[in-house]
Structure formats: structure tokens, C-alpha cells
Design a protein around this ligand. Structure first.
Ligand code: SF4
Ligand code: SF4
Length: 309
């Protein structure tokens, strides 16, 4: 039983909130993006999610190189090199002073501490839309289980209000963390990327063994699961990987859907803003025709595949 102090005192870091989303589960939803991820997928479209703490980012296209931020940074962590603003993140204390003086809103702090009470209240605000559409709230990231105490507190609170919940997970977490939130979870959105373990390590930084073990356990728990497969041309859309996904999905009776998510390059600017390298420059997004072709292939193989969602 949650008490008001539990909700007020339990705090976590959120880096984005999408209201009225029609992705990330059924109906109209609020998707909450929590900071922190144990993976570092080379195609990650939310690189600002990977660190557990707030970070400074510069939207390069908005920066007019006025130098105002350079002047005010108390740790002298900003310089303009080759006509670009560069932040030395090893010095940055995320004080936000540079954000305050930036006239074009190019500087931004990504990630904000919030209480479970405030987040639960925000989620509840759109309840009428969830009820009308069969929607609810989705907790995403990053990997939301990285902040399991915060996640558990918010999920328990909104679930008690009768709001449907979905957990969008990469699957890489201790089973005990899953057990803490499963009583308050109606749907699991479970990412499956590459089944060859060597390739998985190469492209995400970790083995997929724990992920596959957790998928099996979630199925045993009888939880409704939607698998999500990010289609990265040339990396995981080969016949071997696709066939292994079919074989895996057919083993588990609680997998209701396979969502195919096309790779896109929208995150390139975020990498630039965080001072990170983006190493998939040569890869193009799959065409609509290719995505439809893949969905058809999975459907013929007996899986309820859809593009998106
Ligand atoms: S204050 Fe803003 S616009 Fe000016 S140099 Fe810094 S980031 Fe760019
Ligand atoms: S957030 Fe503070 S410490 Fe970090 S770059 Fe900006 S002014 Fe400097």
C-alpha cells in the first residue's frame, strides 16, 4: 500500500514525455521516457537516455555561436572550436547557467528530477482519453527498470487508479526488477534485436542471454507481450536473424504481436549535440515497401506482424 510520503519522496529522472501518443501500445497513451540504459545500441535513437543523470546538450542547428554560454560557464567547460560550440562534459556540472543565457534555446539540459507523485498526477490528467480509446501509460527509456524503485512507485500508483500500463523494456535487467513491477503491468513491449549473441554484443554492448531468459520467464508469468523488432538494414534484417525471431516467437504463447520498427536517422543531431560519434552514417532507413515486405514475410511465417506500434 503506497502512502503519500512514498509518492512524494520517491524521485527519478525523466527525459521526455509524449502525451496523446498513438504508438507504444494500444489506444491513446502517455509515454514516459526514463533516463538510464545498460545497453549502448549503435542505432539508439535516444542517446540522451543512456546516462542515468541529466546531461547538457546543444542543438547545433539552433546555435548562432554568440559565445554567451562560453562567458558564463562557471567551470570554463565551453569553447567555440571550428565554429562549433563544444562542451567538455567531464567538467560540466549541469548547473544550467548556459541554458539561461542562450537566446536561441540551443543549450538544453536533458533529464529532470521529478517525484512519483508529480508524475502520477500528470499521467492521470489524460485519463479520459485512455478510457475512451483503450489506451493508458507506457514507461519507456532508456531502460525504465534501471530506476526500478521510482518506476514501481509510479506504476503502482497509476495502476491502482485503474489506468492501463505498459512496460517498454530492452529485457536486460535482473529478474527481481521485473518482479517488482509485474503486478502493476498490463502489457510488456519487449525489444528483440539480434539473436546471434556475438553480433548482439557487437552492436549493443551486452550479451542477449539475460534478455532471452527474461522473455521466457515473462511468458511463464502469463503476461501479454508485444515483441518489438527495430529493423536495421544490413545489421539485423538478414534471413538468419529473421528466421530465428520467428522460431523464438513461436515458442511463447503469450506473444500477441510482432511490431516492426523501421530504423531512422532522426537521432543524428542528438549525437552531435551530445558530442558523441554516430557510426551508422552509411545506413539508410528501410523503405515502406521493404517494411511491408518484411511484415508480409513474418505473417506468412505465422506471426502477427505489423509495421510500427
Ligand atoms: S549561448 Fe546558445 S547560441 Fe550562443 S553560443 Fe552558446 S549555445 Fe550557441
Ligand atoms: S551546464 Fe553549467 S557547467 Fe555545464 S556547460 Fe553549462 S554552464 Fe557549464
Amino acid at each position: 500500500m503506497l502512502t503519500t510520503p512514498d509518492l512524494l519522496l520517491t524521485k527519478g529522472y525523466v527525459f521526455d514525455i509524449h502525451r496523446f501518443s498513438i504508438h507504444d501500445g494500444p489506444g491513446i497513451r502517455t509515454t514516459i521516457f526514463l533516463k538510464g540504459c545498460p545497453l549502448s545500441c549503435v542505432w539508439c535513437h535516444n542517446p540522451e537516455s543512456q546516462s542515468t543523470k541529466p546531461e547538457k546538450i546543444v542543438r547545433v542547428s539552433r546555435c548562432i555561436k554568440c559565445g554567451a554560454c562560453v562567458e558564463v560557464c562557471p567551470v570554463h567547460g565551453i569553447s567555440i572550436n571550428d565554429s562549433r560550440v563544444v562542451t567538455d562534459l567531464s567538467r560540466c556540472t549541469v548547473c544550467g547557467t548556459c541554458v539561461e543565457v542562450c537566446a536561441t534555446e540551443a543549450s538544453e539540459i536533458v533529464g529532470e528530477e521529478t517525484s512519483a507523485a508529480d508524475l502520477a498526477q500528470l499521467i492521470q490528467r489524460d485519463r479520459i482519453f485512455y478510457d475512451e480509446s483503450g489506451g493508458g501509460v507506457t514507461f519507456s527509456g532508456g531502460e525504465p527498470l534501471v530506476q526500478v524503485k521510482f518506476l514501481q512507485t509510479v506504476m503502482a500508483s497509476v495502476h491502482t487508479m485503474g489506468i492501463q500500463t505498459a512496460l517498454d523494456t530492452c529485457g536486460y535487467a535482473h529478474w527481481e526488477a521485473f518482479l517488482k513491477v509485474l503486478p502493476f503491468t498490463d502489457l510488456i513491449l519487449f525489444d528483440i534485436k539480434v539473436l546471434d549473441d556475438q553480433k548482439h554484443k557487437q552492436f549493443t554492448g551486452v550479451s542477449n542471454q539475460l534478455i532471452l531468459d527474461n522473455l521466457q520467464k515473462l511468458n511463464q508469468q502469463g503476461k501479454k507481450i508485444w515483441l518489438r523488432f527495430p529493423v536495421i538494414p544490413g545489421i539485423n534484417d538478414d534471413v538468419d536473424n529473421l528466421t530465428e525471431i520467428v522460431d523464438l516467437a513461436k515458442m511463447y504463447s503469450h506473444i500477441e504481436r510482432l511490431s516492426l520498427l523501421p530504423y531512422h536517422k532522426a537521432a543524428v543531431k542528438k549525437y552531435e549535440g551530445l558530442g558523441l560519434n554516430y557510426c551508422l552514417d552509411d545506413i539508410e532507413s528501410p523503405s515502406e515497401t521493404r517494411m511491408d515486405e518484411l511484415a508480409g514475410w513474418f505473417q506468412q511465417s505465422g506471426l502477427p506482424a505489423v509495421v510500427g506500434g
